[in-house]
Design a protein around this ligand. Structure first.
Ligand code: ADP
Ligand code: MG
Length: 318
């Protein structure tokens, strides 16, 4: 692509580094020195224009989110993030847009000490594919398949904000900035994932909606769960934007893009989980119990069965 090398030079000048990057951007591949005795944890996720973010999303927010969704995956594995690569497809070599994308991506990378060590730059519809690499102690990764019947089910932060923003945007309604920020600049719960090591029996990050992602955890762990939909944590912004309790439940249980962690832990570790969350300053809420069998049952506070209307994140559908 014309201007490809200019763009790569701009990226290289800003990418940041770490002592364990033996060779970063500029050669055929990066050379990295993993910490001795640690296992590497690798994930990749793509954001495509027109699919994964509203078309009025600021380029800096797109850059932020492209890395955030990957750091969220590392958080859900209990991994320490270290390096990333960026496969960038752009319709043209406009340096202002490329700089803005990098502004967001590198701001989040700096917050987590992550170095951008390579990538690829091509012409096409806008798309950002980030690969992130982190590390864990041997055998220490938080997996989806370790939940046991009797475990408590927890979720971090609040749910439904991003879905409420997306719903408002798709309807052309004004959207509260606090909600739009949750959609555009999700906060990967990296410190919580690390703090849950040795406590959580299973974990997953919520990208497609609580019930959809919990379903993956249940299938992997071969257990069921009972969820109290009225225990799902809601932000004050969600309450302000959405007075209808049933709509709110739907957004919280079915909406995606919040990038909170959903995890399980034995009830005996209840206080330890709370203490770990306080230590890292990320709220956590118990929302249910793991049960024998494979069923996922939702109940309201009054004990009535609840069957939602949205089974998960539907791409911009209402
Ligand atoms: P090659 O032809 O060997 O694949 P490229 O010209 O694609 O090399 O890339 C040159 C260098 O720039 C490589 O180190 C590559 O990792 C890096 N690079 C290319 N595009 C990006 C990008 N979007 N972000 C970060 N590094 C990039
Ligand atoms: Mg290449």
């Amino acid at each position: 692509m014309s201007g490809e090398f200019d763009l790569i030079a701009r990226i290289r000048a800003r990418a940041g580094t770490r002592d364990d990057v033996v060779l970063g951007i500029g050669d055929d591949a990066a050379v990295l020195q993993p910490p001795p005795g640690r296992q590497l944890v690798v994930c990749t996720d793509t954001l495509n224009a027109g699919v994964h973010f509203p078309d009025d999303t600021a380029p800096a927010d797109i850059g932020w989110k492209a890395l955030a969704v990957n750091l969220s995956d590392l958080a859900a594995m209990g991994a320490v993030p270290a390096w990333c690569t960026l496969s960038l497809s752009l319709p043209d070599a406009d340096p202002a847009r490329a700089d803005a994308l990098l502004d967001g991506l590198l701001e989040l990378a700096a917050q987590h000490g992550v170095a951008l060590v390579g990538g690829d730059t091509t012409r096409g519809p806008m798309s950002l594919c980030v690969t992130a690499v982190g590390h864990v102690a041997p055998g220490g990764a938080l997996r989806r398949d370790g939940a046991r019947a009797g475990d408590e089910l927890w979720v971090s932060g609040t749910l439904g904000d991003a879905a409420a923003a997306l719903r408002g945007w798709s309807r052309g309604d004004p959207v509260l900035p606090a909600l739009r920020t949750r959609l555009d600049r999700p906060t990967p719960r990296v410190a919580l994932g690390l703090a849950l090591s040795g406590l959580a029996t299973a974990a997953i990050d919520i990208s497609d909606g609580l019930l959809a992602d919990l379903g993956h955890l249940l299938a992997a762990s071969r257990v069921g769960a009972e969820v109290d939909v009225d225990a799902l944590p809601a932000s004050t912004a969600l309450h302000a934007a959405c007075a209808d309790a049933e709509l709110r439940r739907g957004l919280q249980a079915g909406g995606g893009d919040d990038y909170e962690l959903c995890f399980t832990a034995p009830p005996a570790l209840h206080d330890a989980v709370r203490a770990a969350a306080v230590r890292v300053g990320i709220p956590v809420t118990p929302i249910g119990r793991m049960r024998p069998g494979g069923a996922l049952q939702c109940r309201t506070a009054s004990g009535d069965p609840w069957t939602g209307t949205r089974a998960g994140y539907e791409h911009f559908a209402e």
